[in-house]
Design a protein around this ligand. Structure first.
Ligand SMILES: *[C@@H]1O[C@H](CO)[C@@H](O)[C@H](O)[C@H]1NC(C)=O
Ligand SMILES: *[C@@H]1O[C@H](CO)[C@@H](O)[C@H](O)[C@H]1NC(C)=O
Ligand SMILES: *[C@@H]1O[C@H](CO)[C@@H](O)[C@H](O)[C@H]1NC(C)=O
Ligand SMILES: *[C@@H]1O[C@H](CO)[C@@H](O)[C@H](O)[C@H]1NC(C)=O
Length: 364
């Protein structure tokens, strides 16, 4: 008996020495979520960019359903990363640039409406992908100070990295260079994918292992692309659709390659292109009444002008955004975002593969 109690005593002592870390991170060591992206994922960063003027999502009716006030999200309510955080039992991730002290132990959102992969950082412009990476490096520094190098790397290895990137690069190509030759289109996609790959490799070098992508969407089917396509009877513009499909094929190839080259690298690609396209052409199958025109804006498809410059110009607003796939010219409603987030989180391998985001969170 004496021996036994001695052993118990020792093991309790050991446990208190070995297991209790100097600074406790977060209950259950839940993986954090880091969000990189464009307007589809922005949770309000653009409001805090030095010198940038308020933009449409800073005005009513953006935010009208869930938040009851504008938050900088380009929707009537929550965006996809808000739901992913909810499913992962994390708090909603605020914008990195929001002033005040941050606790990055749950992750943070770097996404910026209008962001591109290509292009240099310019003052008073959206935060491009390379700059989002620089912000992430600041977070890594913060974690190293709080946790030490070893624990910080472990933390970053467990975290999930969620991306929505590339759509604006192709919007830019087709609006500025509508007659681009096929060989230039390929070259351009290679630059986008090349720069994206560099960023992924840097995140891997810092510890990141679990990469999730929402691929590039059906760019030619946005209400904003419709007027340019009026001669096609309102169907989707083929050029931007083809650019999106090429990018998505190349993204799959490069992620497979990284998986084979980088030990422990795991990825998830959500086929947002087809998931959204199907909702646009078959809205009633998914409980929507309208798949083509936006809830908010002016013109036949309400293809621009939502928010009306803070009420100084007129626009139309639907009474129930949950009946619509699109909220404005290029961004989906909270109702659509909820459905898309469920697919990204738990979709079958045909929709989100080879792993879905839930599985990425479950990997140690
Ligand atoms: C961050 O938040 C976690 C969980 O809420 C807490 O345990 C930790 O002490 C916080 N760290 C700092 C530096 O505030
Ligand atoms: C593209 O080509 C069309 C017809 O081939 C021409 O009308 C148009 O001006 C061209 N656009 C640009 C930006 O070069
Ligand atoms: C990254 O993009 C720039 C253009 O912005 C291009 O010159 C460069 O070659 C690209 N890098 C890679 C690795 O593709
Ligand atoms: C928009 O207008 C309202 C009332 O007219 C005003 O209170 C608000 O500050 C304005 N918002 C911005 C971002 O200018």
């Amino acid at each position: 008996m004496e021996n036994l109690s001695f052993h118990v005593c020792v093991s309790i002592l050991l446990a208190s020495i070995v297991i209790v870390p100097t600074e406790s991170l977060r209950p259950q060591n839940r993986p954090a979520l880091f969000v990189f992206g464009d307007s589809l994922f922005d949770s309000g960063n653009n409001q805090y960019i030095n010198g940038i003027k308020p933009t449409a999502p800073d005005y009513y009716p953006y935010g009208e359903t869930f938040f009851k006030h504008p938050t900088g999200r380009v929707s009537d309510g929550r965006v996809v990363p808000d739901f992913i955080a909810l499913f992962a039992k994390l708090p909603m991730l605020g914008p990195y640039l929001e002033p005040g002290e941050h606790n990055f132990t749950d992750g943070i959102n770097f996404a910026s409406a209008g962001s591109t992969v290509l292009g240099d950082l310019q003052p008073a412009m959206p935060i491009n992908l390379h700059e989002q990476l620089n912000y992430f490096k600041n977070v890594e520094k913060w974690l190293k100070q709080k946790l030490g190098d070893v624990e910080a790397k472990k933390f970053l290895m467990r975290a999930v990295y969620l991306f929505s990137m590339g759509g604006n690069d192709y919007f830019r190509l087709y609006s500025m260079n509508p007659n681009a030759t096929l060989s230039y289109q390929r070259h351009y996609s290679q630059m986008v994918i090349g720069n994206l790959t560099q960023v992924l490799e840097e995140i891997y070098a810092m510890g990141g292992r679990k990469i999730a992508f929402q691929n590039v969407g059906p760019l030619g089917c946005t209400p904003g692309a419709k007027p340019q396509n009026a001669n096609l009877g309102g169907s989707c513009a083929e050029f931007p659709m083809a650019l999106a499909r090429r990018h998505n094929r190349m993204l799959l190839v490069v992620l497979k390659k990284l998986e084979s080259q980088l030990p422990g690298f795991k990825y998830s690609i959500f086929d947002y292109y087809n998931a959204l396209h199907d909702r646009i052409i078959n809205p009633s199958k998914y409980g929507f009444k309208e798949g083509e025109a936006a809830c908010c804006g002016i013109g036949t498809y309400r293809s621009s002008g939502c928010g009306g410059n803070n009420g100084t110009t007129k626009y139309e607003l639907c009474s129930n955004p949950f009946e619509y796939v699109w909220f404005d010219s290029a961004h989906t409603t909270e109702g659509a975002n909820w459905q898309l987030a469920k697919l990204l989180w738990g979709g079958s391998p045909k929709v989100t593969g080879p792993y879905n985001v839930k599985q990425l969170f479950e990997f140690l």
